[in-house]
Design a protein around this ligand. Sequence first.
Ligand code: ZN
Length: 188
Amino acid sequence: MKKPNEERIAKLVKELLVELGEDPSREGLLKTPSRVAKSLAFLTRGYSQTPRKVINGAVFSSGTNHMILLRDVEIYSMCEHHMLPFFGRCAIGYIAQGRVLGVSKLARIVDCYARRLQIQERLTEQIAEAVRDAVGAEGVGVVMECRHLCMMMRGVEKQNSVMTTSAVLGSFRTDEKVRGEFLSLVNR
Ligand code: ZN
């Protein structure tokens, strides 16, 4: 996917400021359109990434067939309905079948999908599927907890609600014991 045209975005932001009743020529706002354009390009950079690109070959042979778990991976994303941030953390677990991912690559997979306009449900599933596909894991589980600014700052204005989503694939879905082990590790 092509990189966004920051100059054009800046122009649109300037128009947006006028429409909102602001004066884009006042000192504090002079550089705002170009700052917002840069910021938006950064926050949506996942569109120009794929799991394959961010993993970049960091898949290693390993005899382990135990559960591998990474917890407290920070999530920063933007909801596709309001373009407002949602943020929190997720845990990713998988059972390898001879191949494992470099640990930082799990976090990179998260960002590859989080840095797009998202809904939390889809983000959770995409991460699980990407991990499964990257190493051919026999099972994958992802649990995510996020706060959504579109709920906190507007709409129902609920400040303390946390949304939890999960996606389980393979043995994490079919084997109750495996799922139980995953959830107990996540909640420890
Ligand atoms: Zn929203």
